[in-house]
Design a protein around this ligand. Structure first.
Ligand code: ZN
Length: 133
């Protein structure tokens, strides 16, 4: 049982290292303005081939989904919630999210708002059209 767990640890470690290496290469590629041909990533680690998610499901059996979708070795159902922005740049972006739209919006158009004055004017106009006999 412990060898199984050790294998899993090795697989997750290799997967994380692989994804980290790929991410660094993709970053360089993005800085080169996405040069034609695409980046050359390192080969997928053999130890991670056929990896299963293995999370305990509600039925009690281990999850059989592909566990290579996320760097933590879990499937899309068991990868866990997002931990939010990690880098300083991302944190600043998310902090500005609530304020951005207000700044960009045009001044509010309040023609649809009915004030006492507009209501009175409308009432007078309607009364003018009515013929009292
Ligand atoms: Zn799963």
């Amino acid at each position: 049982m412990s060898s199984n767990r050790d294998l899993r640890k090795c697989q997750v470690k290799a997967l994380k290292a692989h994804y980290r290496a790929c991410q660094a290469i993709y970053k360089i590629w993005a800085n080169s303005n996405y040069a034609h041909g695409g980046p050359k990533t390192p080969p997928f680690p053999d130890i991670c081939r056929g990896m299963k998610c293995g999370a305990k499901t509600r039925s009690g059996h281990p999850c059989k989904n592909d566990g290579t979708s996320y760097s933590n070795g879990r499937c899309k159902f068991h990868g866990g919630a997002s931990t939010g922005p990690v880098t300083k740049e991302g944190k600043n972006k998310s902090a500005a999210n609530g304020f951005k739209r207000k700044a960009r919006m045009p001044p509010a158009n309040k023609s649809h708002v009915v004030t006492d004055k507009t209501r009175d004017n409308k009432a007078h106009a309607m009364l003018k059209n009515v013929d009292f006999e």
